[in-house]
Design a protein around this ligand. Structure first.
Ligand code: NAD
Ligand code: TYD
Length: 345
């Protein structure tokens, strides 16, 4: 495989992208990273606050759907690998306003593939376990399973996966895909469950648990996702898909217990609210294929959730401006009616 010297990281100012950039530059200080990011509400320059002075890191502000700018950036910076994290990522936002999910996740990925094809660049695509849909109790998704997405977000990610695979088959484009489980850790926008529940608990606000809270997720530490992507980049087979998670799930109620226990907060903050439409009951992935590349997760899901909750307790500088600013409007819209009349169980 050709060595990776100059990497375009799309969505590098988001949660996982920024953790990945930090990890990559530490492990591979000789490589150049160009972050290409539209800086949506979820894309924040401060997620890489400690790294902007690094000569090996630069930022291009732009949309992955802008073919001219993506192509010019790749040509001028002599990019040899695109890692595509850029996406609209929240299921609840995809229920409120789905079209932008198709624009970015489907068309945007397609534009990246077109540039990669024109310039002969390898592309690694970041996907999700949500493309497999709801998984019955006795099964764990393997990479060859049929895709059965059920939310607008998951459907847009599945469409992108299929475009990536089609470019591999039709044009022989060198591609790889990783499908990550629910990630937790530093710099996750507080619309997602673990940072929302952690910051609500710290603020003494109710924790809105959808439905009965018995839905199951594999809460994996973002660090393990980064090492998993690195393994796929350095040792993965071109054309292949790799699941990345811990392979172990817990219920949302168990996750809430860990958050509350870690932060020393009382269970009376928990509120059961109206469920998310089409809420997937369980995600679960088999991660043996990635393990076969010599990768192992460092954190179990309980440690991952506890570490994440602790990070929010110690880093209010990061989330307080978000929570007191633009996020409030979304929070009102999503939760105000749901929370009316609820009481601790
Ligand atoms: P995020 O929402 O925190 O960040 C997304 C980033 O993409 C932001 O920096 C945003 O500004 C940027 N972006 C959005 N639209 C763009 C566009 N049109 N052009 C350029 N940049 C754009 O997301 P995240 O949680 O870090 O997820 C990153 C990737 O990992 C996504 O592809 C997501 O589907 C996937 N994923 C996420 C999880 C998870 O638990 N968060 C799990 C598995 C896979
Ligand atoms: P989330 O972090 O949105 O990730 P995803 O929907 O991609 O799995 O949600 C994780 C789980 O937590 C999911 O089962 C939905 C649930 N959830 C709540 O119960 N309440 C909330 O306010 C949120 C945002 C999520």
């Amino acid at each position: 495989m050709t060595p990776i010297k100059r990497m375009l990281v799309t969505g590098g100012c988001g949660f996982i992208g920024s953790n990945f950039v930090r990890y990559w530059l530490k492990q591979h200080p000789e490589s150049q990273v160009v972050v290409y990011d539209k800086l949506t509400y979820a894309g924040r320059k401060e997620n890489l606050h400690d790294l902007w002075e690094n000569d090996n890191l630069s930022l291009v502000v732009g949309d992955i759907g802008d073919l001219t700018l993506v192509r010019r950036t790749c040509e001028e910076r002599e990019i040899d690998l695109i890692v595509n994290f850029a996406a609209e990522t929240h299921v609840d936002q995809s229920i409120l306003g789905p079209l932008v999910f198709t624009d970015t996740n489907v068309r945007g990925t397609h534009v990246l593939l077109e540039v990669a094809r024109a310039l002969g660049i390898r592309l690694h695509h970041i996907s999700t376990d949500e493309v497999y849909g709801h998984i019955p109790d006795e099964h764990q998704s393997v990479e060859t399973d049929e895709l059965a997405p059920r939310s607008p977000y998951a459907a847009s990610k599945a469409a992108a996966d299929q475009l990536v695979q089609a470019y591999s088959i039709t044009y022989g484009l060198p591609v790889t895909i990783t499908r990550g489980a629910n990630n937790v850790g530093p710099y996750q926008y507080p619309e997602k469950a673990v940072p929302l529940f952690s910051t609500n608990a710290i603020l003494g606000e109710p924790l809105p648990v959808y439905g009965d809270g018995r839905q199951m997720r594999d809460y994996a530490h973002v660090y393990d996702h980064c090492t998993g992507i690195e393994a796929a980049l350095l040792r993965g087979e071109i054309g292949q898909v790799y699941n990345v998670g811990t392979g172990r799930e817990m219920t949302n109620l168990e996750m809430v217990d860990i958050v509350l226990e870690t932060l020393g907060k009382d269970h009376s903050l928990v509120r059961h609210v109206t469920d998310r439409p089409g809420h997937d009951r369980r995600y679960s992935m088999n991660v043996d294929k990635l393990r076969a590349l010599g990768w192992e997760p460092k954190y179990d899901p309980r440690q991952a959730v506890a570490e994440a909750a602790r990070w929010y307790a110690e880093n209010s500088w990061w989330w307080e401006p978000i929570r007191s600013g633009e996020f409030r409007e979304y929070y009102e819209r999503q939760y105000a009616k749901r929370l009316i009349g609820t009481a601790p169980r």
